[in-house]
Design a protein around this ligand. Structure first.
Ligand code: HEM
Length: 507
């Protein structure tokens, strides 16, 4: 039976905490006014609720980009008194994230993520000594000189992908990241570690964006007991906590056991474990789980977009295959040494990062101290969301931005164009993605291998008609294409044999 005796006290506590939250936020706002400064402009909100009802749940980055056009390159909204700032242009991103040192390098506290104990993840760790130690481990293990040592493994996984085709997509990305992090070869279906990570990441990704859960704006709701209506978020948090524990500890303990047995392979954990003492082991554990958490789903989303782009833009496929035939021919599969001679393949990889962003709103930053931008006040602790989608879909920089056009990254004489803005797909300043060098080679080898061996086309239904593909995307923090149907077949008579040979080479 639900306890009733303490209900009065409980509500007093919750109301007191809510009031405290409001007063603290009102105090910050008063501080801004005292200095004669306003928050960055944005849509006007309702009393108390602020802009809560203006936050869209579908493709929010498109609305935020429209606000950017209307109100300026830095805009803001208030949700139940919590200020959220959006950075809408490359110019503002440069000033705020690159020229102000560490002022914008914190992460906001997200109550539901803390309740899930998923803040082990470096990507959402506050700017602190803990972040510095764990980031150093990840940077060391994923720097370009180490990333190249994973080339043979990446080639082997890409060839396995060709052999098993599409069911292997999820497996492929999980396989690369699990192999480099723990030296573990994931099972081809139903892998326990991959399943846990996928479930936790989906749960966290759905819970994190502004407006997703009320508890994120009103932390006092954490204290409401489970039996109270509307507290499903607590069950979600408890389940997330169990998954976080398993994700951080289970694969790490497996490497320790393998080390004792003498069977552990080259991996981030293996290479760092020898030097670990006391707390350093926790840092290594967190860093490793973060690499998996940040690396697998993001890469899956990009590779799914690759397949989708081939269905929607058959001419891109033809152009790429003509380049492969010209440079490599049809008697072998691509190797990393072919890369300088395949600029169109490189341009496809770049356009994939721009066209459908894996993290359209990047990962939220937060300010470590007060700041003033263009005369507007941005207080310490403000959530700052870079609208990377808006920046990389600005029609003045990328004409016809919704169309997949690899040639926008080629010069007139067919060379690959350097585009510094594209790095924003990987984030900003010191928080920029440490996995970007690895992504660069993973993406390239898979795109080149698939295009070399296969034709990817629309599936045909029982009446002989092509099944249409809409190209819709989901709305979580990590944006995935909605499921779509496709067919895949060897591109030429020798392709099947080349694929078969990869198996023999690996034996
Ligand atoms: C297409 C694939 C990927 C994309 C588009 C991507 C993009 C991003 C972005 C936008 C951030 C946030 C940066 C910021 O806050 O400014 C990030 C953070 C991070 N990424 Fe990636 N990423 C990808 C793959 C990977 C891979 C493969 C790994 C590891 C092997 C990885 C590891 C991380 C880590 C550890 C962080 C947290 C960094 C921090 O907060 O200090 N990512 N990534």
């Amino acid at each position: 039976m639900a306890p009733t005796v303490s209900l009065g006290y409980l509500w007093l506590d919750v109301v007191a905490l809510a009031l405290f939250t409001f007063i603290a936020r009102a105090y910050v706002s008063a501080r801004a006014h005292k200095r004669g400064l306003k928050y960055p402009p944005g849509p006007s909100g309702l009393p108390l609720l602020g802009n809560l009802l203006d936050i869209p749940q579908h493709n929010p980055w498109v609305t935020y980009a429209e606000w950017g056009k209307r109100y300026g390159d830095v805009t803001s909204v208030s949700v139940l008194g919590r200020l959220i700032v959006f950075v809408n242009t490359a110019r503002a991103a440069k000033v705020l994230f690159e020229r102000t040192g560490t002022r914008y390098m914190d992460r906001p506290v997200i109550p539901i993520i803390e309740m899930m104990e998923a803040h082990f993840n470096l990507a959402i760790t506050r700017y602190s000594d803990k972040w510095r130690v764990e980031r150093r481990i990840v940077d060391q293990s994923l720097r370009p000189a180490v990333a190249v040592t994973y080339y043979p493994m990446q080639i082997a996984k890409a060839h396995a992908f060709l052999r098993q085709t599409m069911e292997y997509l999820k497996h492929f990305t999980g396989a690369v990241v699990m192999s480099l992090t723990y030296g573990y070869d994931v099972k081809e279906s139903g892998d326990h570690y991959v399943a846990i990570a996928e479930e936790l990441l989906t749960l966290a990704s759905e819970s994190i964006l502004p407006g997703a859960l009320l508890v994120n704006d009103f932390p006092a709701l954490k204290h409401i007991p489970d039996w109270f209506p509307g507290t499903a978020f607590k069950q979600r948090a408890r389940h997330g906590k169990k998954l976080s524990y398993e994700m951080v500890n289970a694969p790490f303990n497996m490497v320790k056991e393998d080390l004792l047995k003498g069977t552990a392979k080259h991996s981030l954990v293996h290479d760092n474990l020898d030097e670990c003492k006391g707390d350093e082991e926790t840092a290594l554990k967190n860093a490793a789980a973060s690499v998996y958490a940040a690396g697998a789903e993001t890469t899956i989303s990009t590779l799914s977009s690759f397949l989708l782009s081939l269905l929607l833009y058959p001419d891109v496929q033809q152009h790429a295959q003509a380049e492969i035939d010209r440079v490599i021919g049809r008697t072998r599969l691509p190797a990393f040494s072919d890369r300088p001679n395949l600029p169109y393949i490189d341009a496809i990889c770049k356009e994939l990062l721009r066209w459908r962003l894996v993290l359209p709103l990047s990962v939220a930053h937060a300010t470590t101290e007060d700041d003033v931008y263009n005369g507007y006040f941005i207080p310490k602790g403000t959530t700052v969301l870079p609208n990377t989608w808006g920046i990389l879909h600005d029609p003045e920089v990328y004409p016809d931005p919704e169309t997949f056009k690899p040639e926008r990254f080629l010069t007139e004489d067919g060379k690959v164009k350097d585009d510094p803005l594209l790095m924003y797909a990987f984030g900003y300043g010191r928080r920029m993605c440490p996995g970007r060098h690895l992504v660069d080679s993973t993406l390239w080898i898979l795109v080149a291998s698939v295009l070399s061996a296969f034709k990817v086309h629309k599936k045909i239904d029982m009446n002989g008609n092509e099944i249409p593909v809409e190209g819709l995307y989901g709305d979580g923090l990590i944006s995935h294409p909605a499921p779509f149907q496709y067919a895949i077949s060897p591109r030429h008579p020798g392709a099947a044999r080349l694929i078969q040979e990869t198996e023999e080479q690996e034996e």
